[in-house]
Design a protein around this ligand. Structure first.
Ligand SMILES: Cc1cc2nc3c(=O)[nH]c(=O)nc-3n(C[C@H](O)[C@H](O)[C@H](O)COP(=O)(O)OP(=O)(O)OC[C@H]3O[C@@H](n4cnc5c(N)ncnc54)[C@H](O)[C@@H]3O)c2cc1C
Length: 435
């Protein structure tokens, strides 16, 4: 293996993406350094523990299909194979997922409205591809679209469906035929429509256990505050120090990376400001008793601010002490929204009051409540997404920067996809630097 001795790759961020790039560069004997702002590695995949209860930052399950990623995760941790059946809270009714296939519990009037508007829907392709709202109306009819996915979109994507593009949908939404709609409306039959059937979760230690091998990395400079990057001189200024690089890989949020550039153009900044993302508030609740709950449920009700709630014990029994249980609620908002303690308290109250109102647990069952704010959750696929992202990526392509990961490349990537793109980037850099 002949890589140029002077090659030094600097990787920004020690989440799964940055750790993977470094891991494969180490295997190829290419010098590299990771610069990480936190005091620990793992990024969004870090799990956390409160009083022997284990939680993740948002529900995480591996949907890895690629055998390389699957085997790597397997080497890191033993796991449970899962077959979860999530459900949905709609008004006061519980409906199996996906709701369009399981409308049986709804009133006759509501079923009639859904079926009638389904038959009248506009199926034309040019109407449907215009935006996500049209796509939904074309797939399900106005009534179902307005009461189910359009409501959920406002909660999960923190914007109206008409502001979203359709490029990201792919396998994520299931279309339905007339007969399937009728069958699910009048017969109590379960149809498994979840887009991933191969789901895995570590037996112990939360989702982070899949990072066990990657976290053995010794090249990480923790607690690093980046000041700016001089792309022409190939120097990074951080913590009053300078580090030289030959190759730069970024896994940190693309808008933040753009702002760190020395002598940046106004156009670059304008595009960086146009990129939008949701932030997430996660409310983790320890309970002194067992509860009845599916692995997770989606919430359509507007007055219940959480979009989704998951039960860690359903992923692994080791996530909770014996005889106890826990839940974590996810609330999403635009990450440009300013939040303060008062806002966080109101979200916490809303979540707990509603979980009690819908009989998930009783107030006296609560052992603790923990609240966290995560500034980056899901990239928002609005009308500026493609143009601004492409402009920024091509701007830095000329400066030979590689972007990896969910926030680095500003895309809807799962952890296994981050792993695979990290591996591919390490190999690409190696090939480019061969003697
Ligand atoms: C709600 C939700 C649910 C998800 N569910 C799943 C799931 O079920 N299955 C799945 O596989 N994936 C899931 N994902 C996706 C998964 O979390 C991501 O794909 C993955 O964690 C992204 O890893 P990353 O390394 O690209 O980014 P990150 O984990 O964000 O890592 C980036 C690192 O960069 C560091 N950093 C940031 N800024 C700076 C800076 N200025 N200087 C230095 N360091 C910096 C951060 O501290 C962090 O360590 C989910 C994500 C969300 C939001």
């Amino acid at each position: 293996m002949k890589s140029k001795k002077k090659t030094h790759v600097v990787i920004l961020g020690a989440g799964i993406s940055g750790l993977t790039v470094s891991y494969f560069l180490n295997k190829l004997k290419v010098k590299n350094t990771i610069i990480e702002k936190d005091k620990v590695a793992g990024g969004l995949l870090k799990s956390f523990q409160i009083k022997n209860f284990v939680f993740d930052n948002f529900i995480h399950i591996s949907h890895a299909k690629n055998s390389i990623a699957k085997n790597f995760f397997k080497k890191s941790s033993s796991y449970y194979q899962l077959n979860p059946k999530p459900n949905n809270l709609y008004k006061k009714i519980w409906i199996d997922h996906s709701p369009q296939f399981h409308l049986y519990p709804l009133s006759f009037q509501e079923k009639f409205k859904i079926i009638f508007s389904y038959l009248k829907r506009n199926k034309k392709k040019d109407f449907r591809i215009k935006n996500y709202e049209n796509w939904l109306k074309g797939a399900y009819g106005n009534y179902f679209a307005k009461n189910f996915p359009m409501k959920y979109t406002e909660k999960y994507w923190a914007t109206k469906s008409k502001n979203l593009s359709t490029s990201w949908i792919k396998f994520r939404m299931q279309e339905i035929s007339f007969w399937e709609l009728i069958k699910g409306s009048f017969f109590k039959i379960f149809k498994d429509t979840y887009y991933s059937s191969d789901m895995k979760y570590p037996k112990k230690g939360g989702y982070e256990s899949f990072l066990k091998i990657l976290k053995k990395n010794k090249n990480i400079k923790y607690n690093s505050k980046l000041n700016y990057i001089d792309h022409l001189k190939k120097k990074i200024y951080f913590n009053k120090k300078i580090i030289n690089y030959t190759n730069l890989v970024s896994t940190i949020p693309l808008p933040e990376f753009s702002i760190l550039t020395k002598n940046k153009s106004k156009k670059l900044i304008d595009h960086a400001k146009k990129l939008r993302c949701t932030a997430g508030i996660i409310i983790s609740i320890g309970l002194n008793t067992e509860i009845k709950s599916r692995t997770w449920f989606y919430i359509y009700n507007k007055d219940f601010k959480a979009s989704r709630v998951y039960a860690p014990k359903k992923l692994s029994q080791n996530n909770c002490p014996n005889g106890k249980s826990s839940l974590q609620a996810e609330i999403f908002l635009d990450n440009k929204k300013k939040i303060d303690q008062k806002y966080l308290n109101s979200i916490k109250k809303n979540t707990i009051d509603n979980l009690i109102k819908y009989n998930i647990f009783k107030r006296e069952n609560i052992e603790f409540i923990d609240i966290k704010y995560k500034k980056y959750a899901n990239v928002i696929f609005d009308k500026n997404y493609e143009g601004s992202r492409n402009y920024i990526l091509s701007y830095f392509k000329k400066l030979n920067v590689d972007f990896v990961g969910r926030f680095g490349s500003w895309a809807y990537l799962w952890s296994d996809q981050c792993f695979m793109s990290g591996k591919a980037t390490a190999q690409k850099i190696y090939r480019e630097n061969l003697d």
